[in-house]
Design a protein around this ligand. Sequence first.
Ligand SMILES: NC(=O)c1ccc[n+]([C@@H]2O[C@H](COP(=O)([O-])OP(=O)(O)OC[C@H]3O[C@@H](n4cnc5c(N)ncnc54)[C@H](OP(=O)(O)O)[C@@H]3O)[C@@H](O)[C@H]2O)c1
Length: 264
Amino acid sequence: MQIDLSGRTALVTGSTQGIGYAIAVGLARAGARVAVNGRSVERVTAAVDRVRADSGNDDVIAAVGDLATEEGAAAVLEAVPTVDILINNLGIFGTAAPLEIDDAEWRRYFEVNVLSAVRLIRAYLPGMTEQGWGRILNLASDSAVVIPAEMIHYGMTKTALLAVSRGFAKEAAGTGVTVNSVIAGPTHTGGVEDFVRELVGNKLPWDEAQREFMIKHRPQSLIQRLIEPEEIANMVVYLSSSYASATTGGALRVDGGYVDSILP
Ligand SMILES: NC(=O)c1ccc[n+]([C@@H]2O[C@H](COP(=O)([O-])OP(=O)(O)OC[C@H]3O[C@@H](n4cnc5c(N)ncnc54)[C@H](OP(=O)(O)O)[C@@H]3O)[C@@H](O)[C@H]2O)c1
């Protein structure tokens, strides 16, 4: 299967680092024109240069904006008025004692992780349905299904994204536009390195810290290691292609077998 996305424009939210960055590189390697998003001009410009170098595709553009806000979304829509492929990857996560998460924090998680995606879907879906082709992918998490006690607010947003994906897939029924979510499992990114350190401390070297984290906090993982961002990107590139035309309204797992279930 040769995936060729030339002629397609893709926006990857939150793509200056981590999984979003790997997705941007994967889509650019497949020939898509990719828009890189983050909150600052400096970080986005640097990431655009890196995506060009890592993918060998120069058609990479900047889409700067804080997608947790309406103004930020407007700036991104101005930089990239239409897309064929929308990857709602942006997401924040952290631990908190359940009874200590206040109203403002619940709202912040909802606005950054869910509303940011919904706003962009509302903006881009009509153009996709009009042209009869489009791909929308929302990055969910194992935490959407197996809610960690120390991350209820995060889990809530990821479960919500599963609902958002299914619902908008129905809205796009019969149009050639597919909408899916990708359930990523524990992945080796900078953000997760910090998270692992939060839970197991700074004393151990990274390999041992990672092993201890998996054994103590993610023992259900069948691959018994963190997932590499490129492994998530591979699924996203496939789902973004014409080969995935009969997959919509679903939740696809790249979780290392973490979620103990046969069906997604
Ligand atoms: N890592 C994991 O183990 C894991 C597991 C399951 C699911 N996921 C999901 O995968 C996605 C990516 O995770 P990650 O670990 O790769 O994240 P990450 O390393 O923390 O990167 C977050 C990205 O989002 C950008 N960003 C943050 N707030 C933003 C905002 N308000 N507007 C625009 N951009 C913003 C950051 O860019 P700037 O700082 O440059 O603005 C950065 O590029 C998330 O949805 C996460 O929930 C991750």
